[in-house]
Design a protein around this ligand. Structure first.
Ligand SMILES: Nc1ncnc2c1ncn2[C@@H]1O[C@H](COP(=O)(O)OP(=O)(O)OP(=O)(O)O)[C@@H](O)[C@H]1O
Ligand SMILES: [Mg+2]
Length: 351
C-alpha cells in the first residue's frame, strides 16, 4: 500500500483533534452601580462542547450569531485558555502552556479567519506572507531555490496560477477570493493536519464562495486534512460538509452526517434553522425568523435553565424548563440533545 493509499484508507476514521467537555466563560466587568450589580458576572459562551475532527473529513459547525462558534474555533486553536474540559491532538491531551508543545500544536492546527483583508498585512506582499509562514514552521528549505519551489507549490495548491503573477502582489491588488486563497496558502505553509475555517466565505461575493469551498474540499481530499467549517448557512453545510454539528447558545444540540441532519433534522432548533433558511439569502432568513415568532437568542450571562432553547421551542415540555437534556442517539449516527427523544425512539448516549 502506498502512503497515499494508506492515508486514504484511514480517511474519515482517524480522529485528529478532539474536544471533550470544552467550556469557556468570559468574565464581564461592570463599573458603577450598587454592590450587587458590580458582582463578577460571566458570559457562558461555550458550555460542555465535545466534538471530533477526523482526517479527510469536513465537519460543519452551524448556528446563529453569538452561539459560540468562533469561541469554539479559538479554543481549538488555543488562542484562549479553557475554563473547563480538555483538547486532545492525535489522542494526547494538550496542556495549557505556551512553550514548545504549543508551537508544535499551532503548526498542526491552523485557523483561517472570516476576513482575509484583516488577516493579511496590507503593507506586505504575498511573497512576504508565505515566506514568513514557511520560515516560522521550519519549511523554507535550504537556500533560495528551495524557497522559490515551496512558494510556487503553495500558490498552486490554492489554484493561484501561474504563481509568479501573484507573488509580488499586495493584498489590495487581489480580489476577496484571491485574498482568502492566500490566507489558506499561508495556513498550508505550516503543513497542518487540521484547518479551522471560521466563516471562510461569508465575506466573499456569492459568486466566488463556491470556488473557495471547492478548494477546501480539494484540500481535504488531497491532503487528508481535518477541516472544521464554521457557518451560519446550514444549506452550505449540506453541500460541503460530511458531518454537521448544530450549536445553540453555547451548546451543541444536534450532530450527525450532513445529509441526515439537513434532510431529517431532529432537534426543534435545527428544524427552525432549516425552515427559516432554505437558501443563503440573508433577507429571506430574517423574514422567516420573524414569521416563526422565534425571538432572540437568550442572554449568555443568565442562560435559561434546562434546555437553553426551551423559551423559543414550539415543542417545549415541562422538564425542558428545568433539566438540561443529554445527548440521545438516533439512527445512523445522528444524535440530539432534546427530551423529545427520551424513550422508545432513542437511547441515552451518555456523555
Ligand atoms: N473575548 C470575549 N469576551 C467576552 N465575551 C465574548 C468574547 N468573545 C465572545 N464573547 C461572547 O461570547 C458569545 C459567543 O460569541 P462567538 O463570537 O463565539 O459567537 P459566534 O457564534 O461566532 O457568532 P457570529 O456568528 O456572530 O460570529 C457572544 O455572546 C459573545 O459576545
Ligand atoms: Mg463568529
Amino acid at each position: 500500500m502506498t502512503t497515499e493509499q494508506s492515508a486514504a484508507a484511514h480517511t474519515g476514521t482517524d480522529v485528529v483533534l478532539e474536544a471533550r467537555g470544552v467550556t469557556k466563560h468570559f468574565p464581564v466587568r461592570r463599573t458603577g452601580g450598587d454592590v450587587l450589580a458590580r458582582r463578577r458576572r460571566t458570559v457562558h459562551a461555550v458550555d460542555d462542547v465535545s466534538l471530533k475532527l477526523r482526517r479527510g473529513t469536513v465537519t460543519a459547525l452551524v448556528g446563529e450569531s453569538g452561539s459560540g462558534k468562533s469561541t469554539v474555533a479559538r479554543l481549538l486553536a488555543r488562542l484562549y485558555p479553557l475554563t473547563a474540559g480538555e483538547i486532545q491532538l492525535g489522542g494526547e491531551a494538550v496542556g495549557a502552556g505556551r512553550g514548545r508543545s504549543f508551537r508544535t500544536y499551532v503548526k498542526q492546527v491552523q485557523l483561517i479567519f472570516q476576513d482575509p483583508f484583516a488577516s493579511l498585512n496590507p503593507v506586505h506582499t504575498v511573497r512576504y506572507h508565505l515566506t514568513r509562514a514557511l520560515k516560522i514552521h521550519g519549511r523554507a528549505g535550504d537556500g533560495d531555490a528551495d524557497l522559490q519551489k515551496s512558494l510556487a507549490a503553495l500558490l498552486e495548491r490554492v489554484q493561484l496560477t501561474p504563481p509568479h503573477q501573484f507573488l509580488d502582489k499586495f493584498p489590495h491588488e487581489l480580489s476577496g477570493g484571491q485574498r482568502q486563497r492566500v490566507a489558506i496558502a499561508r495556513a498550508l505553509g505550516a503543513d497542518p493536519q487540521v484547518l479551522l475555517a471560521d466563516e471562510p466565505v461569508s465575506m466573499l461575493d456569492v459568486s466566488i464562495r463556491l470556488g473557495v469551498l471547492n478548494l477546501l474540499r480539494d484540500l481535504k481530499e488531497r491532503l487528508h486534512l481535518a477541516i472544521l467549517y464554521i457557518t451560519h448557512d446550514i444549506a452550505s453545510a449540506r453541500y460541503f460538509a460530511d458531518t454537521t454539528l448544530v450549536m445553540y447558545a453555547g451548546r451543541i444540540v444536534e450532530g450527525g452526517d450532513s445529509e441526515t441532519v439537513t434532510q431529517h433534522p431532529a432537534h426543534p432548533y435545527t428544524q427552525l434553522l432549516i425552515a427559516s433558511a432554505p437558501d443563503p439569502d440573508r433577507v429571506a432568513d430574517e423574514e422567516a425568523q420573524e414569521e416563526a415568532g422565534s425571538g432572540e437568542p437568550p442572554s449568555l450571562i443568565t442562560p435559561p435553565d434546562g434546555c437553553r432553547f426551551h423559551p423559543r421551542c414550539p415543542k417545549a415540555m415541562e422538564r425542558c424548563r428545568t433539566e438540561p437534556p443529554p445527548r440521545f442517539d438516533l439512527a445512523d449516527g445522528q444524535w440530539a440533545a432534546c427530551w423529545l427523544y427520551d424513550g422508545a425512539e432513542g437511547q441515552e448516549a451518555g456523555k
